[in-house]
Design a protein around this ligand. Structure first.
Ligand code: ACO
Length: 350
């Protein structure tokens, strides 16, 4: 636009206005089921112990829906209602819905439309994101682009998961099932003319490791009749190559956090609060040590909720925000790594 010789004044104005638009998180909320499941509770279901789980993962408790009436979209709705109230907007001010989950209510349609129905709002677009632990960061990046382009003013971003129904709770499944919890978190992403807001987002994937952390069936490669015909095939349970995931996670977390900081000429010392996806406390501690961050610079709540995948960052962000851990102009860094493999970061000037 600037290189055009016969420049139209209106076009330049529009361009300048778009340049000034940034997105910010204007509201936050989360919902977790009431039913607390402790490590001792799990040791009654499988051969495990509080010591093993605490030592390897940092997790003490997780929430599992005991109440059959709770669904992924319903928990997302409860979290969304809190975020909408926190943002101080009317639900009909929302222009677009993004729903991140690996545990949708249905195979299809996606959970975004169910959220739209549950909220009883106008017929806005609803998009589902399938990026597992990185789902919230991917959703945030999409919201950021829509807002910066001027297309939307308020976007509702939800991460919600019900893992408990899909876990092998026998001793065979213990290395996976003790890690995961149910919950939902939501954020309202709004446009702002202020220089505070989302500075940048960074997304990556490496599909060659897709099967290292995956639920393979049922799917179009393995239809129901195939699964039924082989009674010994149990690959409808989540599979995780734990050590391999751990090793990749710590490398990618570090890279993508540094990438985000470098983009805005920031240093590690500039981080006021790092909120990593709550995968495993040992992963967070490893990153903290590697980046030489102090305890007050890193937020963890996996001890209470386990790994809630796409919901973990919005739940942690809400808790940090409600505990007044963030103040104006703080640099808040969000980072995630998970199945895909996918990973990403977001750098926010609060
Ligand atoms: N209770 C008791 N013993 C167990 C349990 C359990 N719940 N699970 C496994 N074990 C046993 C194993 O059978 C094994 O026994 P053996 O030595 O007799 O064979 C032993 O404990 C060690 O098993 P490992 O799998 O080698 O244990 P490891 O130290 O690797 O810890 C863990 C497993 C916690 C899963 C670890 O690999 C890890 O944290 N990986 C990262 C995975 C992660 O964080 N995933 C989430 C991120 S991705 C996402 O969020 C979707």
């Amino acid at each position: 636009i600037y290189q055009t010789k016969n420049t139209d004044k209106m076009t330049i104005l529009t361009k300048l206005q778009i340049d000034m638009i940034r997105s910010k998180i204007s509201g936050l909320g989360f919902f977790v089921p009431e039913n607390v499941v402790s490590n001792d509770d799990l040791s009654k279901l499988m051969d495990t112990s509080n010591d093993w789980i605490s030592e390897r993962t940092g997790i003490k408790n997780r929430r599992w829906v005991g109440d059959k009436k709770l669904t992924t979209s319903l928990m997302g709705t409860y979290a969304a209602e809190k975020a909408i109230a926190d943002a101080g907007i009317d639900k009909n001010d929302i222009d677009f819905i993004i729903f991140s989950t690996l545990s949708p209510d249905y195979y299809f349609p996606g959970s975004g439309v169910l959220l739209q129905r549950n909220l009883g709002i106008k017929e806005i677009g609803a998009l589902d994101v399938r990026n597992q632990c990185s789902g919230f960061i991917y959703g945030l990046s999409i919201a950021d682009q829509y807002i910066k382009s001027g297309m939307y003013k308020n976007i509702l971003l939800v991460g919600s998961e019900i893992h408990s129904g899909g876990l092998d709770k026998s001793t065979k499944g213990r290395s996976v099932s003790v890690i995961f919890g149910d919950g939902a978190g939501a954020a309202i992403i709004s446009s702002t003319k202020s220089e505070n807001g989302i500075l940048s987002t960074h997304l990556h994937s490496e599909g060659k490791y897709a099967e290292e952390l995956a639920v393979i069936k049922p799917a179009t490669t393995h239809w129901i009749d195939k699964i039924k015909s082989d009674q010994n095939d149990e690959s409808f349970w989540p599979y995780m190559n734990g050590n391999f995931v751990f090793k990749n996670a710590v490398v990618r977390f570090e890279q993508v956090i540094k990438e985000g900081l470098e983009h805005s000429n920031l240093n590690l010392e500039d981080i006021s609060l790092l909120i990593p996806h709550q995968a495993n406390l040992r992963i967070s501690q490893f990153i903290q040590k590697k980046l030489k961050l102090s305890d007050s610079q890193v937020f963890n709540n996996i001890m209470k909720y386990g790994n809630t995948t796409a919901a973990s960052i919005p739940i942690a962000l809400t808790e940090a925000y409600q505990s007044n851990l963030k103040k104006k102009n703080d640099i808040v860094v969000l980072a995630a790594f998970g199945s895909g493999f996918t990973w990403g970061s977001a750098v926010i000037k609060w």
